[in-house]
Write a protein that binds this ligand. Sequence first.
Ligand SMILES: NC(=O)c1ccc[n+]([C@@H]2O[C@H](COP(=O)([O-])OP(=O)(O)OC[C@H]3O[C@@H](n4cnc5c(N)ncnc54)[C@H](O)[C@@H]3O)[C@@H](O)[C@H]2O)c1
Length: 330
Amino acid sequence: MTASNQAESIQNVDWTATSALVTGGAGFIGSHLVELLVTAGARVTVLDTFATGSRANLAAVADAITLRERDIRVMDWAEYLTANPVDVIFHLAANAYVPPSVEAPAVDCELNFTTTFRLLEALRLLQWPGRLVFASSAAVYGNSVHVPISEDDPTVPISPYGVGKLAAERYLAVFADLYGLKMASVRYFSAFGPRQRKQVVFDLLVKLTRDRERLFIHGDGTQVRDFLYVEDAARSAMTVAANAPLRGEAYNVGAGKEYTIDQLAKSLCKITGVSPIFDYSGANRPGDPEKLVVDISRLRSIGYRPRADFDQGLADTVAWYESLTATTWR
Ligand SMILES: NC(=O)c1ccc[n+]([C@@H]2O[C@H](COP(=O)([O-])OP(=O)(O)OC[C@H]3O[C@@H](n4cnc5c(N)ncnc54)[C@H](O)[C@@H]3O)[C@@H](O)[C@H]2O)c1
């Protein structure tokens, strides 16, 4: 790849002439992706059950998109795509969380793996000429021993969620290879941002709201993490759809920067103006690695550049949280 075609602006897709289907488009990452696609000029259709997503997440673009309440577990994909042809599919609909997959692995397997397989099978039978990006996860790596984690590191998932994502990824890679379908996977590391109602940033804000004097932190605060702002997560999927070879490969998606949990907590305190005493549990939770950082050089090689500023991303998240919960800090 030459230096000139590494620039992110050089895209092999003209979004203004593109129709895109986003499964799970009413969810956290999906709704930000839909907004970016609309801004880029694409015609967008969203399929979602609103199980964890919501119409409210798409309020800003409601008039510009086609939003269908559909359960993708029971879709006849061949029939649907023949009647509603699209150029690009972003497949995000899923159980997006590890704990439910541990409690009910069959439910996770049906939605995250079987449903994805059925979509791939329909694309194979249709000899579908479009492009597909599948939302996979860092969970495919399990307890990776390498830091930073690269795509060539061993994939040894330790949860049903991770197994389902990896199995779907592997079918996608084999189908791309055998049948010439243009598809790739994005392995999201933990994203944060407005509309996310779980994970560490949201959890810290909830704790700060409940107790402004004392902030409980798991571990000793030195755990190192990569914090991926949701808009960058969404944009990476568009970069992969537009610039990647789409031969079944996978891309790590993270911010590519390291922050400690302490730094995160201090930044949130600075933004909210709250000054609690930090109360550390001391020991890391079982399964919580000390250092989880990600090598995004493969994604960079197709022209992706993270744009979000960490503190600005946090400030935007805090502003969203304040309006959601009617919280004022002082
Ligand atoms: N958020 C992260 O940090 C993260 C990390 C790794 C991977 N991912 C992956 O990215 C994708 C999006 O995650 P998210 O955080 O936005 O989750 P989310 O739960 O906000 O989004 C998932 C969307 O899928 C919809 N959905 C669920 N079941 C459906 C069904 N049967 N038919 C149609 N729609 C259905 C939900 O209503 C929701 O809108 C998921 O595939 C997830 O596994 C996310």
